[in-house]
Ligand binder design. Structure first.
Ligand code: AMP
Length: 422
């Protein structure tokens, strides 16, 4: 079937969505097959289909895939397969380590190992900063098969010699691009330097900037490369609109938009943490159940906000890009961008948080006059001109004319946009 071409060293294999294959055809043990069935999955996602056979074969892997593609199971299942079929050492040394940039993502990955490994006897544990160290220390002393960690807390425990990685077999670097964006390059290199040379390394990243390539070249052995982009249909189901508005009227417009009862669960993006806090306050004052989630919030506050959002008690979750990445909440009815992102690809990541699991979604973006250059970059990247909503109470004078430039493709092609590869 050509998808899992063994021996394809450096060629990037792109997903072929026409090939379907049930999980039962993958060489995974009965216990893992059962766990996957219990999770309600019948067919592997493209990244799972491509990655799992290579990882099972012991190969190093570079996977271009973002959150939402099923990448957690793509590495967790073959790792679980490997670990649960080995004789279990008495004193549970860490045999697999997953490094993740954010606490939320780390917690989700740990949860993934528990779900996909249910009944396998393989244990996992997660450590991250912002919470007490002692319970984590105690658990580390007891031992676990899989450790999921954020870099700072892991290094702190490594320097205390509480974390022993000498028996490590598999190392996963998740969201490598985000990790480096967040300034963790030196931390990542320090962790890698402490790992046994004879190991399997798996690197997952949504994009492949040069510094991620360099990591792959330096620390991996002839990795197989696979790539998927989110299926175009996901994005096709998103109704995107644009609102031109003066910066000072953005909050007024936001409150107006939130009068729409269709907005049941909205993820709202701001550019800064400070902006996220302020908007959440404004919304709360106006009687809209809202919470902000970003790196300056305590772990408890983030967990409460996220739990409220999942349960529906928080109607609007205000987030920065970094905090939102990796948050896995289905049924987000609206993605609202109060500020346009600086990096055009981020627009696609943001709107992809709605219309998940086959649902339809709505994406609204507010654009102030000084954000026009950002809008131009975004439209060039997505090869689509976003529909403008002109009749809103804060439209003011007629919006300035839009240049004819961005959509370079015919209408027929417009809806098939994908993040631009770098
Ligand atoms: P991830 O990219 O690992 O964060 O996964 C995104 C979402 O897809 C999660 O909600 C998973 O539970 C779900 N998922 C992962 N694999 C599958 C699958 N094979 N079939 C259906 N849903 C899946």
């Amino acid at each position: 079937m050509g998808l899992c071409a063994r021996g394809t060293l450096d060629a990037t294999i792109t997903a072929d969505y026409s090939v379907l294959m049930p999980f039962v055809d993958l060489p995974l043990s009965a216990v893992l097959q059962r766990a996957v069935a219990q999770a309600g999955y019948t067919d592997p996602t493209p990244i799972q289909l491509q990655a799992i056979p290579h990882v099972l074969a012991g190969r190093d892997l570079v996977a271009l895939a973002q959150t939402g593609t099923g990448k957690t199971a793509a590495f967790a299942l073959p790792i679980l397969e490997r670990l649960h079929t080995q004789a279990r050492p008495q004193k549970r040394p860490i045999r697999a380590l997953v490094l993740s940039p954010t606490r939320e993502l780390a917690a989700q990955i740990d949860e993934g190992f528990r779900v996909y490994g249910a009944g396998s006897g393989v244990t996992s544990f997660v450590i991250f900063g912002g919470v007490g160290e002692e319970p984590q220390r105690q658990q580390l002393r007891r031992g676990m098969d899989v450790l999921v960690a954020t870099p700072g807390r892991l290094l702190a425990f490594m320097s205390e010699r509480i974390v022993d990685l000498r028996e490590l077999q598999v190392f996963v670097l998740d969201e490598a691009d985000r990790m480096l964006d967040m300034g963790f390059i030196h931390d990542v290199k320090r962790v890698i330097a402490a790992l046994p040379a004879a190991r399997q390394t798996l690197l997952f990243s949504a994009t492949m900037p040069n510094d991620v390539e360099e990591l792959a070249r330096r620390f991996m052995k002839a990795p197989v490369r696979v790539a998927v982009t989110p299926p175009a249909t996901t994005v096709e189901k998103i109704a995107q609109s644009l609102f031109f508005v003066e910066q000072g009227h953005k909050r007024g417009l936001l409150l107006h938009l939130l009068k729409d009862p269709q907005v049941r669960r909205a993820l709202l993006f701001t550019r800064t943490k400070h902006g996220a806090n302020r908007v959440a306050e404004v919304l709360e004052k106006a009687g809209v159940a809202a919470a902000a989630i970003h790196g300056n919030k305590s772990q408890g506050a983030r967990e409460r906000a996220l739990a409220g959002f999942k349960q529906g008690t928080v109607r609007v979750l205000v987030a920065t890009d970094i905090a939102a990445r990796g948050i896995d909440v289905d049924d987000v009815t609206h993605v609202i961008q109060l500020d346009l992102p600086e990096v055009p690809e981020q627009y696609v990541h943001r709107i992809g948080r709605t219309a998940r699991a086959g649902a339809a979604g709505v994406a609204w973006a507010l654009c102030a006059p000084d954000e026009r250059p950002l809008l131009k970059d975004i439209e060039r990247t997505i090869r689509l001109r976003i529909d403008v909503v002109a009749d809103h109470p804060f439209a003011g004078a007629a919006p300035p004319p839009r240049e004819a430039e961005p959509p370079r493709h015919g209408r027929g092609e417009q809806r098939r946009f994908r993040p631009r590869r770098r």
